[in-house]
Design a protein around this ligand. Structure first.
Ligand code: MN
Length: 334
Protein backbone atom coordinates (compact mmCIF):
# COMPACT_ATOMS: atom_id res chain seq x y z
CA UNK A 1 0.00 0.00 0.00
CA UNK A 2 2.90 2.40 0.55
CA UNK A 3 2.78 5.37 -1.77
CA UNK A 4 -0.49 4.23 -3.33
CA UNK A 5 -2.73 4.43 -0.33
CA UNK A 6 -6.44 4.74 -0.99
CA UNK A 7 -7.76 8.28 -0.94
CA UNK A 8 -9.82 8.69 2.18
CA UNK A 9 -12.74 11.05 1.69
CA UNK A 10 -15.89 9.52 3.10
CA UNK A 11 -17.35 11.16 6.20
CA UNK A 12 -20.09 9.11 7.85
CA UNK A 13 -22.37 9.45 10.86
CA UNK A 14 -24.20 6.36 12.11
CA UNK A 15 -26.97 7.31 14.50
CA UNK A 16 -30.03 5.91 16.23
CA UNK A 17 -33.16 5.82 14.08
CA UNK A 18 -35.83 5.22 16.72
CA UNK A 19 -36.13 8.63 18.32
CA UNK A 20 -35.66 12.36 17.99
CA UNK A 21 -32.36 12.25 19.90
CA UNK A 22 -30.84 9.95 17.27
CA UNK A 23 -32.11 11.98 14.31
CA UNK A 24 -31.23 15.25 16.02
CA UNK A 25 -27.69 14.06 16.77
CA UNK A 26 -27.26 13.02 13.13
CA UNK A 27 -28.49 16.42 11.88
CA UNK A 28 -26.09 18.26 14.21
CA UNK A 29 -23.11 16.11 13.17
CA UNK A 30 -24.03 16.74 9.56
CA UNK A 31 -24.26 20.51 10.13
CA UNK A 32 -20.82 20.47 11.75
CA UNK A 33 -18.97 18.01 9.50
CA UNK A 34 -21.02 17.47 6.34
CA UNK A 35 -21.28 13.78 7.20
CA UNK A 36 -23.41 11.36 5.23
CA UNK A 37 -26.04 10.04 7.66
CA UNK A 38 -27.01 6.42 8.26
CA UNK A 39 -29.78 5.48 10.67
CA UNK A 40 -29.97 2.15 12.47
CA UNK A 41 -31.63 0.55 15.48
CA UNK A 42 -29.79 -1.31 18.26
CA UNK A 43 -30.32 -4.61 16.50
CA UNK A 44 -28.85 -3.38 13.21
CA UNK A 45 -26.06 -1.21 14.55
CA UNK A 46 -23.18 -3.71 14.47
CA UNK A 47 -23.89 -4.84 10.90
CA UNK A 48 -23.87 -1.22 9.74
CA UNK A 49 -20.72 -0.31 11.66
CA UNK A 50 -18.98 -3.40 10.23
CA UNK A 51 -20.13 -2.52 6.70
CA UNK A 52 -18.99 1.11 6.89
CA UNK A 53 -15.69 0.16 8.54
CA UNK A 54 -14.91 -2.12 5.60
CA UNK A 55 -14.83 0.85 3.21
CA UNK A 56 -11.17 1.80 2.56
CA UNK A 57 -12.24 5.34 1.56
CA UNK A 58 -13.63 6.05 5.03
CA UNK A 59 -12.05 9.20 6.47
CA UNK A 60 -14.09 9.81 9.59
CA UNK A 61 -16.86 8.06 11.48
CA UNK A 62 -19.25 9.44 14.08
CA UNK A 63 -21.38 7.03 16.09
CA UNK A 64 -24.23 8.69 18.00
CA UNK A 65 -26.91 7.66 20.49
CA UNK A 66 -26.18 3.95 20.06
CA UNK A 67 -25.34 1.94 23.15
CA UNK A 68 -23.30 -1.20 23.42
CA UNK A 69 -24.12 -4.32 25.40
CA UNK A 70 -22.19 -7.20 26.92
CA UNK A 71 -22.85 -9.06 23.72
CA UNK A 72 -21.27 -6.60 21.29
CA UNK A 73 -19.00 -4.27 23.29
CA UNK A 74 -15.78 -6.18 22.60
CA UNK A 75 -16.43 -6.31 18.87
CA UNK A 76 -17.32 -2.62 18.98
CA UNK A 77 -13.91 -1.82 20.47
CA UNK A 78 -12.20 -4.15 18.02
CA UNK A 79 -13.70 -2.52 14.92
CA UNK A 80 -13.02 1.02 16.12
CA UNK A 81 -9.45 0.06 17.06
CA UNK A 82 -8.88 -1.30 13.56
CA UNK A 83 -10.23 1.98 12.12
CA UNK A 84 -7.85 4.03 14.26
CA UNK A 85 -4.95 1.92 12.99
CA UNK A 86 -5.95 3.03 9.49
CA UNK A 87 -5.98 6.63 10.81
CA UNK A 88 -9.72 7.01 10.42
CA UNK A 89 -11.05 9.68 12.78
CA UNK A 90 -13.59 8.11 15.12
CA UNK A 91 -15.95 10.02 17.41
CA UNK A 92 -18.41 8.24 19.71
CA UNK A 93 -21.03 10.47 21.35
CA UNK A 94 -23.57 8.84 23.62
CA UNK A 95 -25.43 8.67 26.93
CA UNK A 96 -26.14 4.95 27.29
CA UNK A 97 -24.58 3.11 30.19
CA UNK A 98 -21.00 2.23 29.26
CA UNK A 99 -18.38 0.51 31.38
CA UNK A 100 -15.17 2.27 32.37
CA UNK A 101 -13.25 -0.59 30.76
CA UNK A 102 -14.77 0.07 27.33
CA UNK A 103 -14.27 3.85 27.58
CA UNK A 104 -10.61 3.27 28.49
CA UNK A 105 -10.10 0.82 25.65
CA UNK A 106 -11.57 3.32 23.17
CA UNK A 107 -9.61 6.26 24.54
CA UNK A 108 -6.37 4.28 24.49
CA UNK A 109 -6.60 4.10 20.67
CA UNK A 110 -7.66 7.77 20.54
CA UNK A 111 -11.28 7.31 19.67
CA UNK A 112 -12.83 10.59 20.77
CA UNK A 113 -15.36 9.53 23.40
CA UNK A 114 -17.97 12.10 24.45
CA UNK A 115 -20.00 10.24 27.03
CA UNK A 116 -22.26 11.61 29.72
CA UNK A 117 -25.23 9.62 31.02
CA UNK A 118 -26.64 12.87 32.42
CA UNK A 119 -27.44 14.65 29.15
CA UNK A 120 -29.04 13.38 25.94
CA UNK A 121 -26.77 12.73 22.96
CA UNK A 122 -27.89 15.69 20.84
CA UNK A 123 -27.12 18.13 23.66
CA UNK A 124 -23.63 16.62 23.86
CA UNK A 125 -23.18 16.86 20.08
CA UNK A 126 -24.31 20.48 20.26
CA UNK A 127 -21.83 21.26 23.05
CA UNK A 128 -19.03 19.45 21.21
CA UNK A 129 -19.50 21.34 17.93
CA UNK A 130 -21.06 24.57 19.21
CA UNK A 131 -18.53 26.78 17.45
CA UNK A 132 -19.23 25.21 14.07
CA UNK A 133 -23.01 25.29 14.38
CA UNK A 134 -25.59 27.97 13.63
CA UNK A 135 -27.07 29.34 16.88
CA UNK A 136 -30.55 28.04 16.01
CA UNK A 137 -29.21 24.48 16.09
CA UNK A 138 -29.66 24.49 19.83
CA UNK A 139 -33.36 23.96 19.13
CA UNK A 140 -32.56 20.51 17.72
CA UNK A 141 -30.75 19.70 20.97
CA UNK A 142 -33.64 21.05 23.06
CA UNK A 143 -36.27 18.97 21.23
CA UNK A 144 -34.08 15.88 21.57
CA UNK A 145 -33.70 16.44 25.30
CA UNK A 146 -37.47 16.71 25.76
CA UNK A 147 -37.99 13.44 23.86
CA UNK A 148 -35.44 11.68 26.08
CA UNK A 149 -36.98 13.09 29.32
CA UNK A 150 -33.74 15.01 29.88
CA UNK A 151 -34.74 18.64 29.45
CA UNK A 152 -34.25 19.21 33.21
CA UNK A 153 -30.51 18.48 33.03
CA UNK A 154 -27.95 21.28 33.52
CA UNK A 155 -26.99 21.85 29.88
CA UNK A 156 -30.36 21.03 28.35
CA UNK A 157 -32.29 23.29 30.72
CA UNK A 158 -29.99 26.20 29.88
CA UNK A 159 -30.68 25.68 26.19
CA UNK A 160 -34.41 25.31 26.79
CA UNK A 161 -34.53 28.70 28.50
CA UNK A 162 -33.83 30.33 25.14
CA UNK A 163 -37.14 29.09 23.76
CA UNK A 164 -40.79 29.20 24.65
CA UNK A 165 -41.48 25.99 26.57
CA UNK A 166 -44.75 25.09 24.84
CA UNK A 167 -43.27 25.82 21.43
CA UNK A 168 -40.39 23.46 22.19
CA UNK A 169 -42.70 20.78 23.65
CA UNK A 170 -45.05 20.68 20.68
CA UNK A 171 -42.19 20.66 18.19
CA UNK A 172 -40.42 17.83 20.03
CA UNK A 173 -43.60 15.80 20.39
CA UNK A 174 -44.79 16.16 16.80
CA UNK A 175 -41.29 15.31 15.62
CA UNK A 176 -41.20 12.25 17.88
CA UNK A 177 -44.53 10.94 16.58
CA UNK A 178 -43.29 11.43 13.02
CA UNK A 179 -40.17 9.42 13.82
CA UNK A 180 -42.11 6.68 15.60
CA UNK A 181 -44.76 6.53 12.88
CA UNK A 182 -42.21 6.08 10.09
CA UNK A 183 -39.85 3.45 11.51
CA UNK A 184 -40.29 1.27 8.44
CA UNK A 185 -39.72 4.15 6.01
CA UNK A 186 -36.00 4.86 6.12
CA UNK A 187 -36.18 7.39 3.27
CA UNK A 188 -38.72 9.41 5.21
CA UNK A 189 -36.57 9.30 8.35
CA UNK A 190 -33.59 10.51 6.32
CA UNK A 191 -35.74 13.31 4.91
CA UNK A 192 -36.53 14.34 8.48
CA UNK A 193 -32.77 14.53 9.13
CA UNK A 194 -32.52 16.71 5.99
CA UNK A 195 -35.23 19.00 7.36
CA UNK A 196 -33.55 19.31 10.75
CA UNK A 197 -30.19 19.93 9.09
CA UNK A 198 -31.83 22.80 7.18
CA UNK A 199 -33.24 24.01 10.53
CA UNK A 200 -36.79 23.17 9.51
CA UNK A 201 -39.06 22.14 12.32
CA UNK A 202 -42.46 20.36 12.33
CA UNK A 203 -44.52 23.49 11.57
CA UNK A 204 -42.53 23.76 8.32
CA UNK A 205 -42.65 20.05 7.43
CA UNK A 206 -45.72 19.14 5.32
CA UNK A 207 -48.23 16.77 6.97
CA UNK A 208 -46.19 16.37 10.14
CA UNK A 209 -49.00 17.50 12.43
CA UNK A 210 -51.51 15.19 10.73
CA UNK A 211 -49.05 12.27 11.03
CA UNK A 212 -48.71 13.07 14.72
CA UNK A 213 -52.49 13.16 15.14
CA UNK A 214 -52.84 9.73 13.54
CA UNK A 215 -50.12 8.40 15.80
CA UNK A 216 -51.85 9.80 18.88
CA UNK A 217 -55.09 8.16 17.73
CA UNK A 218 -53.27 4.80 17.41
CA UNK A 219 -51.77 5.21 20.86
CA UNK A 220 -55.20 5.91 22.34
CA UNK A 221 -56.27 2.55 20.90
CA UNK A 222 -53.23 0.83 22.40
CA UNK A 223 -53.95 2.43 25.77
CA UNK A 224 -57.46 0.90 25.74
CA UNK A 225 -56.00 -2.56 25.08
CA UNK A 226 -53.36 -2.22 27.78
CA UNK A 227 -56.04 -1.24 30.32
CA UNK A 228 -57.29 -4.79 30.58
CA UNK A 229 -54.33 -6.64 29.16
CA UNK A 230 -51.40 -6.22 31.52
CA UNK A 231 -50.40 -8.69 34.22
CA UNK A 232 -48.83 -7.89 37.55
CA UNK A 233 -45.90 -9.55 39.31
CA UNK A 234 -44.52 -8.45 42.69
CA UNK A 235 -42.24 -5.74 41.33
CA UNK A 236 -43.37 -5.18 37.78
CA UNK A 237 -46.24 -5.26 35.30
CA UNK A 238 -45.90 -6.86 31.89
CA UNK A 239 -47.84 -7.42 28.71
CA UNK A 240 -47.39 -9.14 25.38
CA UNK A 241 -48.23 -6.80 22.52
CA UNK A 242 -49.38 -8.23 19.20
CA UNK A 243 -50.61 -5.39 17.02
CA UNK A 244 -48.38 -2.42 17.86
CA UNK A 245 -44.83 -1.72 18.89
CA UNK A 246 -43.74 -2.73 22.38
CA UNK A 247 -42.10 0.65 22.91
CA UNK A 248 -45.39 2.45 22.21
CA UNK A 249 -47.28 0.34 24.73
CA UNK A 250 -44.76 0.10 27.54
CA UNK A 251 -45.43 3.52 29.07
CA UNK A 252 -49.11 2.61 29.38
CA UNK A 253 -48.21 -0.72 31.06
CA UNK A 254 -46.09 1.25 33.51
CA UNK A 255 -48.57 4.04 34.12
CA UNK A 256 -51.83 2.09 34.23
CA UNK A 257 -50.46 -0.65 36.47
CA UNK A 258 -49.11 1.73 39.07
CA UNK A 259 -45.97 -0.42 39.34
CA UNK A 260 -42.47 1.08 39.31
CA UNK A 261 -41.36 -1.09 36.39
CA UNK A 262 -43.27 -1.85 33.19
CA UNK A 263 -42.33 -4.44 30.56
CA UNK A 264 -43.91 -4.83 27.11
CA UNK A 265 -42.79 -7.42 24.60
CA UNK A 266 -43.60 -8.21 21.02
CA UNK A 267 -42.67 -11.08 18.78
CA UNK A 268 -40.27 -9.92 16.11
CA UNK A 269 -40.81 -10.60 12.43
CA UNK A 270 -37.90 -13.06 12.58
CA UNK A 271 -40.00 -15.10 15.06
CA UNK A 272 -37.12 -16.39 17.12
CA UNK A 273 -37.11 -13.41 19.47
CA UNK A 274 -39.19 -11.02 21.47
CA UNK A 275 -38.40 -7.32 21.29
CA UNK A 276 -38.70 -6.20 24.90
CA UNK A 277 -39.18 -2.65 26.18
CA UNK A 278 -38.64 -1.80 29.84
CA UNK A 279 -39.52 1.46 31.59
CA UNK A 280 -39.14 2.64 35.17
CA UNK A 281 -41.25 5.21 36.98
CA UNK A 282 -39.85 8.52 38.21
CA UNK A 283 -39.44 6.97 41.64
CA UNK A 284 -37.67 3.84 40.40
CA UNK A 285 -34.22 3.86 41.99
CA UNK A 286 -32.77 0.86 40.19
CA UNK A 287 -30.69 1.19 37.02
CA UNK A 288 -32.81 -1.03 34.78
CA UNK A 289 -30.32 -1.05 31.90
CA UNK A 290 -27.70 -2.59 34.17
CA UNK A 291 -30.09 -5.40 35.13
CA UNK A 292 -31.31 -6.04 31.61
CA UNK A 293 -27.87 -6.05 29.94
CA UNK A 294 -26.33 -9.08 31.74
CA UNK A 295 -29.70 -10.83 32.15
CA UNK A 296 -30.42 -10.69 28.41
CA UNK A 297 -26.89 -11.90 27.61
CA UNK A 298 -27.26 -14.83 30.04
CA UNK A 299 -30.44 -15.91 28.23
CA UNK A 300 -28.80 -15.83 24.81
CA UNK A 301 -30.22 -12.42 23.91
CA UNK A 302 -28.90 -8.88 24.10
CA UNK A 303 -29.98 -5.64 25.67
CA UNK A 304 -29.30 -2.69 27.88
CA UNK A 305 -29.72 1.07 27.85
CA UNK A 306 -30.61 3.76 30.32
CA UNK A 307 -31.59 3.65 33.97
CA UNK A 308 -35.35 4.11 33.42
CA UNK A 309 -35.64 3.15 29.77
CA UNK A 310 -34.03 0.15 28.17
CA UNK A 311 -34.73 -2.72 25.87
CA UNK A 312 -33.70 -6.22 24.96
CA UNK A 313 -33.97 -8.96 22.42
CA UNK A 314 -34.89 -12.20 24.18
CA UNK A 315 -35.21 -15.67 22.60
CA UNK A 316 -38.88 -16.58 22.51
CA UNK A 317 -38.57 -19.59 24.80
CA UNK A 318 -36.83 -17.49 27.46
CA UNK A 319 -39.32 -14.69 27.93
CA UNK A 320 -40.91 -16.18 31.07
CA UNK A 321 -37.48 -16.72 32.60
CA UNK A 322 -36.62 -13.14 31.73
CA UNK A 323 -39.71 -11.77 33.51
CA UNK A 324 -39.22 -14.05 36.52
CA UNK A 325 -35.53 -13.17 36.90
CA UNK A 326 -36.20 -9.49 36.39
CA UNK A 327 -38.93 -9.58 39.05
CA UNK A 328 -36.58 -11.41 41.43
CA UNK A 329 -33.68 -9.04 40.90
CA UNK A 330 -35.92 -6.09 41.76
CA UNK A 331 -36.81 -7.56 45.16
CA UNK A 332 -36.12 -5.12 47.94
CA UNK A 333 -34.54 -2.58 45.61
CA UNK A 334 -37.51 -0.46 44.56
MN1 MN B 1 -30.89 9.25 23.36
Amino acid sequence: MSGRSTKKSRVVCISHKEDMDGLGSAALVRQATGAEVMLVDYVGQMDKIREVAADPTLKSLHICDLGTSKKNEDEFVQILTALRKRHVRVVYIDHHDLSRRIIKALESVKVRVVHNVGECTAVQVFETYKKKLPADSSFIAVCSAITDYMEDRPKASKLLQMYDRQFAMISATVMTYNVVGHQKDLDYLLSLVDSLTALKFPHQIPDSFETARLQVERLAGIMEKVKDGYKKMRNLAHMEITDAGASGAVNFVLGLSGKDVGVAYKERADYGNYAVSVRGSRSCKVHLGRIVNPLAASLGGSGGGHSRACGALIPKSKIKTFLREMNQQLDGRL
